[in-house]
Ligand binder design. Structure first.
Ligand code: PLP
Length: 458
């Protein structure tokens, strides 16, 4: 009969039992298909209440470790997954997700009924729209209006409506970089850009960052050594560190772009959270600046609408790539985006999201703040330096067993040689603050202990 190999003395007993089951399974001390003891039998052996075992088995089932069969008992599940496309990491496990850079949309923060009515009214227009690769002029104007909030003054004619920010980045990479070219990026960068670099066979040259954002001297060195075609960066609320690039440095980056004939691709996915962002780099070098924003974080990633602004002389090439990739963004979703921007609804949703981020950050400060690196007070993601002896991937695996999804530094690093023992926690993903508090509590308990030792190997 299985009984926990080792029970942690910390935290609730039911969690310790579920943790122990997970590590026993990993260490092959128990095999898939084995039947677990009855609740009563295990309670007797461990000298605990039957309710504790019931909760432990429920927790194990939630993590996908066991499954119950009525009348037959509880069985250990196979860890080998059937091949399938998962909708998202942790799907069906009930784990609290702090791994996705996302800001939950509170249904009470906007007028859903009015929006639905306007969608219905626009359906006819959308179906009659025909092919308009750059997007309808009204939709491009809405994009320009939203970009103005970030301090970028751009004519609607220079805006392409894209299917989210990622598709805009793909269009820029596909247009301006060919296999073997180098793109300069912050040394910790957005994982989606690492995927694009792999897809297009591009080299990424890491540029140093500190608490004021990317370091211009390091960018200059990158330009001298690797001759990059493009700099990709996130000046506002950098993902994953939550830092804002200092205004002075933005000017320096623009100067370097001129000197080294560099295009600057500025990704403003989360900048809407800043009440008064410094002027974008593109405002200092309009002939070299490409600017991307999207409604994924400010409103919903389900909408799949973003905007790309480009210098006049680059527009035609970009428009051709955009058309080659997807022809156009669906007119219906672009229309919804236009409506929420032009009616002021998006600005109101953003206010509420910003207030919620601040509350969640206050919670984080109380529970795990001592481990955070400096970031802007409106940053929805925090970058946590793990205490000794934890390592990033090890922490991610242990957190997942404890029912919390997070991302390790490995996800964001460009050079293997500089992988900090750190993790990103996205406080905005869960739909409720209570879930954030529960998740942070679990992580704090985990980090009070040490990682489960690996199986002895010689
Ligand atoms: C920095 C950054 N840029 C772009 C994206 C992609 O956003 P979208 O959903 O608009 O494609 C993300 C998504 O997480 C992101 O974090």
């Amino acid at each position: 009969m299985w009984k926990p190999h080792k029970l942690s003395p910390r935290g609730p007993v039911y969690l310790a039992i579920a943790d122990s089951l997970a590590s026993d399974l990993e260490a092959e001390r128990i095999q898939p298909g084995e039947r677990l003891p009855t609740h009563r039998a295990l309670a007797r052996v461990l000298g605990v209440n039957v309710v504790t075992i019931t909760r432990a088995y429920a927790e194990a089932a939630r993590r996908g470790l066991v499954e119950g069969h009525v009348g037959r008992g509880t069985f250990v599940r196979s860890l080998a997954e059937k091949p399938r496309v998962r909708a998202r990491r942790g799907e069906g496990t009930g784990a609290i997700d702090l791994s996705q850079n996302q800001l939950a949309l509170d249904p009470a923060s906007f007028d859903g009924a009015a929006l639905a009515k306007s969608v219905a009214a626009r359906l006819g227009d959308a179906l009659q729209a025909g092919y308009q690769p750059g997007g309808q002029s009204e939709h491009r104007a809405a994009g320009a209006q939203w970009m103005a909030r970030a301090g970028l003054k751009v004519d609607a004619e220079r805006v392409i409506v894209t299917t989210g920010g990622q598709q805009a980045l793909a269009a820029v990479f596909a247009t301006f970089a060919k296999a073997g070219d180098t793109v300069a990026v912050e040394e910790l960068t957005y994982a989606g850009v690492k995927s694009l670099a792999a897809l297009f066979r591009l080299r990424l040259h890491p540029v140093a960052i500190d608490e004021h954002g990317l370091v211009p001297e390091s960018l200059e060195e990158a330009c001298r050594r690797s001759n990059p075609k493009l700099l990709y960066c996130m000046p506002n609320l950098h993902n994953p560190t939550g830092v804002v690039l200092a205004a002075e440095r933005r000017k320096r980056v623009a100067e370097l772009a001129e000197r080294y004939d560099l295009l600057v691709l500025e990704d403003d996915a989360s900048g809407f959270l800043l009440e008064a962002p410094p002027p974008p780099i593109a405002a200092h070098c309009p002939e070299r600046g490409l600017f991307v924003t999207s409604l994924s974080k400010s409103f919903s990633p389900g909408l799949r609408v973003g905007y790309l602004a480009a210098p006049a002389k680059e527009l035609e090439k970009l428009a051709q790539t955009h058309a080659a990739l997807i022809w156009m963004t669906p007119a219906l979703t672009a229309g919804i985006a236009s409506r929420v921007i032009q009616s002021g609804e998006l600005a109101r949703v953003v206010e509420k999201k910003r207030a919620e981020v601040r509350k969640r950050r206050a919670l984080f400060q109380k529970i795990l703040g001592h481990l955070a690196t400096p970031s802007h007070p409106d940053a929805p993601c925090v970058w946590v330096t793990l205490p000794e002896p934890w390592r990033g991937e090890e922490f991610v695996a242990a957190a997942e067993r404890a029912g919390v999804l997070v991302s390790a530094a490995e996800t964001f690093v460009v050079s293997r040689a500089h992988t900090p023992h750190a993790a990103r926690l996205c406080l905005g993903t869960p739909s409720s603050r209570a879930e954030v508090e529960t998740a942070l509590g679990r992580l704090a308990r985990l980090l009070e202990g040490v990682p489960t030792p690996c199986r002895a190997l010689v």
